[in-house]
Design a protein around this ligand. Structure first.
Ligand code: ATP
Length: 266
């Protein structure tokens, strides 16, 4: 479970402002998830089943977890995280039990989002996996089918390898929508860099547009590392020179970003 306040779930603290790029992707996720969580009665009124799940797929570090947390926060839903590898190893022999518990808790604390990270590790095609995996997939399918039509529990699955997922999970009524969260283009990188330098005292010579165009292949997590590394470089520089620059006057310069570029690789 992710929590900012020691309680379960609510208030992940992540907002839509913390997500760079991904405007279209975020719109799709919001359209699928916000309404069922905040106004589930709309679906009953229309006589249709609300979506139960959304699958986010794409390379690591591109913002899948971030999107899930932001939506949970914005609709004030409980956020429960569960990861595939953890279910397999930590709850060895009790994986199905653990899944049932998670869904039970999600119902009790609804509206809720169950975020299932690295879902491919348990939900590989049943004929590829072993016995254990196939039992766990079976349990997950039945739990998703059992989510009632009220719509106030939604599952967001995340995976880097959508093709290896059991096709049964990708059928309608389970993960109803698949949204690709890809590697950002130059505009996306610019926005992500903005997010991660927003609180930083940047020197006038720092050119974020130029950085964005020089970071082809960097994903959000890489750009975050780059910004942090630049800030740490600034800090080290000020300590080393010992020129007594007071902390409040310290800025992160273009040279600091150059140093960081040499260290951080996509
Ligand atoms: P994984 O598959 O490894 O779980 P993920 O796609 O879920 O990856 P996140 O955990 O969302 O990736 O991203 C890691 C960190 O990278 C975030 O906490 C955030 O700081 C930064 N980040 C990633 N994508 C973005 C983005 N689009 N905008 C701003 N920050 C981002």
């Amino acid at each position: 479970t992710d929590d900012g306040d020691g309680g379960r779930g609510r208030a992940t603290g992540v907002t839509y402002e913390d997500i760079g790029g991904l405007d279209d992707e975020l719109d799709l996720v919001r359209e699928m998830i916000e309404l069922p969580l905040s106004e589930p009665e709309v679906f009953a009124h229309l006589g249709i089943e609300p979506p139960k799940g959304v699958l986010l797929h794409g390379p690591p570090g591109t913002g899948k977890t971030l999107i899930a947390k932001a939506v949970a926060n914005e609709v004030d839903a409980t956020f429960i995280t569960i990861s595939g590898p953890e279910v397999l190893s930590k709850y060895k022999g009790e994986s199905e039990e653990k899944l049932r518990e998670v869904f039970k808790e999600a119902r009790e604390q609804s509206p809720s989002i169950v975020f299932f990270d690295e879902i491919d590790s348990i939900a590989a095609k049943r004929d590829d996996g072993g016995d254990v995996e196939s039992r766990i997939v079976g349990q997950l399918l039945s739990l998703m089918d059992g989510l009632d039509a009220r719509g106030d529990v939604v599952v967001i699955g995340a995976t880097n390898r959508v093709d290896s997922l059991d096709p049964a999970l990708r059928r309608g009524g389970r993960f109803d929508r698949e949204i690709e969260i890809g590697v950002p283009n130059v505009g996306g990188r610019r926005e992500i860099l903005d997010v991660h330098t927003r609180q930083m005292p940047l020197a006038d010579d720092v050119d974020i547009d130029r950085l964005a165009s020089r970071t082809h292949g960097f994903v959000g997590a890489d750009l975050e590392s780059l910004a942090k590394e630049a800030a740490m470089t600034a800090l080290r520089r000020s300590r080393r020179t010992g020129d007594g620059v007071p902390v409040r006057d310290l800025t992160v310069t273009r040279a600091d970003f150059e140093t960081a570029m040499a260290v951080v690789e996509p």
